[in-house]
Design a protein around this ligand. Structure first.
Ligand code: NAD
Length: 486
């Protein structure tokens, strides 16, 4: 254990369904990626535990203590959970940092406050979820028609390891605001913040079965997402797993939202304000050690500023303080696992073997742990593997361009369509490019802004549906029309 986390109390690691303890069905080791050392054993939920959790969630859906809770009381309960998270912020942040390897100072100032912000934002919805009233348009006679917006049912949420609590909350907050019940399977690597959240939810009075956490691996996730009692699956993770989940949803017509991978472009036009564009383009790729679904991992830079931008990117890459999660000076942590480290290193090695050159010296790395230095690759051909595959590590592929339309075409030449970033001082160019870019979110002169107020999601292979915004709430509501003859 890192000395900084020696006194950190772990949440209860036993499997539970609602408030009922279940025996674990096997266990797996939880590792600190900064030390590459195991520090806990976590239960691996099997089919019986998944059944029990989904049954409890179905019972909770019909339980008057949840179903008949007045919307304003549901708002208050969600705010009480947000209050409890605020009071518990240092511990939630430390658990997140221990599990993911991200610097604890970033978990304290970015991750946990974001999760609380999402919960508070959606906590304002229950009393405002209303249908519409009207008449019929094409049918003669007198009718009164109204619509109801009902909770879709039991939700299975499956989350990845890069922003464990934030991405879980993108699902939990709208699902509970809509009146659904939810079973969350966090990534095997990072279950601690979710388990702590379940403890807090119990403490503030959520009825049993409304919010359950099941620990386990892809097998647990597959058993949960294909369970007949689940009405909707909300998933963030890889494109391959997203395809498996979508296929498994077919027999029961489960509702599905998928936030998948990305290979998001960053375009630096000739008139970009380089003082902000260079650091933003660099950290838009390197933040969280590149483990960000909408990281800007392909930079297209106008030839007139190409060498200056490459120098700036390389300097920022080399200046990062890379270190363990408990160290408050760390700016970047390790990758999540040996497997992820091997995958990213192999992609960089193959790029270099094909003749692609790295720029700059690279930052010093700690001796243990799955650390990888931020890497800038220059003159990357658009057809190169490193320009097309999602890397999920701090690796930026840079390519020059000459014409605006060429840059837009290069940016759109991808199977993915999650985000795009552009830097220019020309308003017309910014609006033109934003309209042309095939991406769920276009950032102009800024990066990495997600907010509960606007929808987030992907075009093409980057996913299906949207999270956040009112669109994110609608994904947990089923419309019903009621027609009454007068
Ligand atoms: P993954 O998609 O396998 O795992 C994400 C989650 O899905 C985990 O909770 C996992 O246990 C669960 N899961 C795995 N198989 C499942 C199945 N068949 N049914 C239901 N749930 C299942 O991702 P990974 O293996 O952890 O990472 C592999 C790659 O995915 C990374 O290198 C990266 O490129 C990408 N990734 C993307 C994101 C993102 O935010 N878009 C997040 C993590 C990883």
């Amino acid at each position: 254990m890192q000395p900084g986390f020696a006194d950190l109390p772990l949440p209860d690691l036993r499997l539970r369904s609602g408030d009922t303890l279940l025996p674990g069905e096997g266990a797996y080791a939880l590792e600190d990626p900064c030390l590459a050392q195991t520090f806990a054993q976590v239960p691996l939920a099997g089919a019986a535990a998944v059944d029990a959790a989904v049954d409890a969630a179905q019972r909770a859906l019909r339980d008057p203590a949840w179903r008949d809770l007045a919307p304003l009381a549901r708002e208050r309960l969600l705010h009480r959970l947000a209050d409890a998270m605020e009071a518990d912020l240092p511990r939630l942040a430390a658990l997140e940092a221990l599990d993911t390897g991200k610097p604890v100072a970033i978990a304290e100032t970015v991750d946990i406050p974001a999760a609380i912000g999402w919960l508070r934002s959606y906590a304002g919805w229950p009393g405002k979820i209303a249908g519409r009233a009207g008449t019929l348009a094409a049918t003669p006679g007198a009718f009164h028609v109204y619509t109801r917006r009902e909770p879709v049912g039991v939700v299975a949420a499956i989350t990845p390891w890069n922003f464990p609590l934030v991405l879980a909350m993108w699902k939990i907050a709208p699902a509970l605001a809509a009146g659904c019940t939810l079973v969350l399977k966090p990534a095997a690597e990072t279950p601690l913040s979710a388990l702590r959240l379940a403890e807090l939810a119990r403490q503030v009075g959520f009825p049993p079965g409304v919010f359950t956490v099941l620990t386990g691996d892809g097998g647990t996730g597959a058993a949960l997402t294909s369970h007949k009692g689940v009405a909707k699956v909300a998933f963030t993770g890889s494109t391959l797993t997203g395809q498996a989940i979508l296929a498994a949803s077919i027999p029961d017509f489960k509702r599905v939202t998928l936030e998948l991978g990305g290979k998001s472009p960053s375009i630096l036009f000739a008139d970009a304000d380089l003082k902000t564009a260079i650091p933003q383009a660099a950290m838009g790729c390197f933040f969280n050690s590149g483990q960000v679904c909408y990281a800007g991992t392909r930079a297209y830079v106008h030839r007139s500023i190409y060498e200056e931008v490459l120098d700036g990117l390389a300097q920022i890459a080399a200046s990062q303080q890379i270190g363990p999660s408990a160290d408050r000076k760390s700016q970047l942590g390790p990758l999540i696992s040996a497997r992820q480290h091997q995958r990213v290193s192999a992609l960089v090695q193959r790029a270099q073997a094909s003749g692609i050159a790295a720029v700059g010296a690279g930052s010093p790395l700690p001796g243990t742990g799955h650390y990888l230095a931020p890497t800038v690759l220059r003159d990357v051909p658009p057809s190169a593997e490193i320009a097309r595959e999602e890397v999920f590590g701090p690796v930026l592929a840079v390519t020059p361009f000459d014409e605006v339309e060429e840059a837009i075409a290069l940016a759109n030449d991808s199977a993915y369509g999650l985000a795009a970033h552009l830097w220019t001082r020309d308003l017309s160019l910014a609006h033109h490019a934003a309209a042309q870019l095939e991406a769920g979110t276009v950032f102009t002169n800024c990066i990495m802004l997600a907010d509960p107020a606007f929808p987030f999601g992907g075009m093409k292979s980057s996913g299906l549906g949207r999270e956040n915004g009112i669109e994110g709430l609608d994904a947990y509501l089923e419309p019903k029309s009621v027609v009454m003859a007068i």
